[in-house]
Design a protein around this ligand. Sequence first.
Ligand code: UD1
Length: 419
Amino acid sequence: MQKLIVEGGRRLRGELVLQGSKNSSLPILAASLLCREECVIRNCPALTDVYAAARILNCVGCRCTFSENTAVISPQTVTGTAIPEALMREMRSSIIFMGAMLGRMGECGVSVPGGCELGPRPIDMHLAALRKMGVDITEPGGSIVCRSRGGRAKGAKLTLAFPSVGATENIILCAAAAEGETVINNAAREPEICDLCGFLRACGADIAGDGGSSIVIRGRDKLHGCEYTVMPDRIAGATYLSMTAAAGGEMILDNACPAEMEPFLNVLEQTGCSIYTSGDRIYLRSGSRLRAVRDRIRTMPHPGFPTDAQAVLMAALATAEGTSVFEENIFDCRYRHTDALVKMGADIQILGKVAIVRGVPGLHGAPVEATDLRGGAAMVCAALAAEGISEISRICYIDRGYEKIEEAVRKLGGRISRV
Ligand code: UD1
């Protein structure tokens, strides 16, 4: 098992080209199943989850190759309607293949994705919406078998109880090839939803309203191929900015998406960092000690503060002057990284969904274990700010979301190696 060794306590300085978005690439790769011609998807990050998505595409009969951040998919030959359990278990997001397979083939067999590091992750909203679209769903012994009545799903008026990102994506994927019009009320508004819709529109889909709470999709008989560039990864961007905020220093993030990162940047700015944006670049300077954030940092669906950036910002605020308070409203188990931060000298108290972070003057290096993707990234942030050496194990979690994290950190002048 590989580890990251970080020698902290040094200011960071450098320029970094931000990777493409993982959370966009996965639904877009699934969406390519709906097309009848080749799709070329650029700016896909080279990540284990992206490779898992490519394996699923291959498994159902597409030809999918991946090199230099470009996926080329030939979906003309789709034959399979089932994803084997072993592939489903490789990543939880495999569930978004459900909508795409229903759209293309009118049926699919997948397995229940189960819980993950963030706690139970039910898919009740996905299933309820698909049922309303005329899909019969049975769940024999841990698997999910879906069949559209008449071989094709029907458009429907749907209202989500919560703006779930995955449920919104699954519905869009199924609806893009369904018969008639689908309306999703209380839809997720995350930028990755707009990216998925952008890809589908480039393939000829009829979708309007994405980015707002109500999305209207008029199903098409056939979608064609396209060339598409995935948006930048706003969470990886938030992570590298948090590292520089935590360790002190200055950096430029290229190929970023400042507008989509605004909910994060607005909070980071309150720590006293200077942040300037120009086009797709973000400049950050972290001078003296950070200040605590005065208002409670509440994770909320977009355009609220992103839950995926909670852990990395917490690592930066661990050494801020004053007390910051987080409130995690999206996932039940999203404070598992705090034990590692405390081991490194942080003062963090968890009370249900609230975390109270009392800033300490400094952290010290320690051996820690990544608990989940963003929690692991938070440990790298803290390790860069800490005096001494940290050893971070179970980095397979980190590799799910960050393309060669050690190379990116070294571009910023950080001392880090993978052993
Ligand atoms: C996606 C992102 C993840 C991010 C999250 C919230 C991807 C690959 N992952 O995950 O990084 O943290 O959005 O921004 O894009 N829920 C239900 N029933 C459902 C569906 C969801 O109760 O049918 C609950 C979940 O348990 C969770 C909340 O809704 O508590 C949000 O989940 P959702 O928005 O669906 O997140 P994901 O799509 O899984």
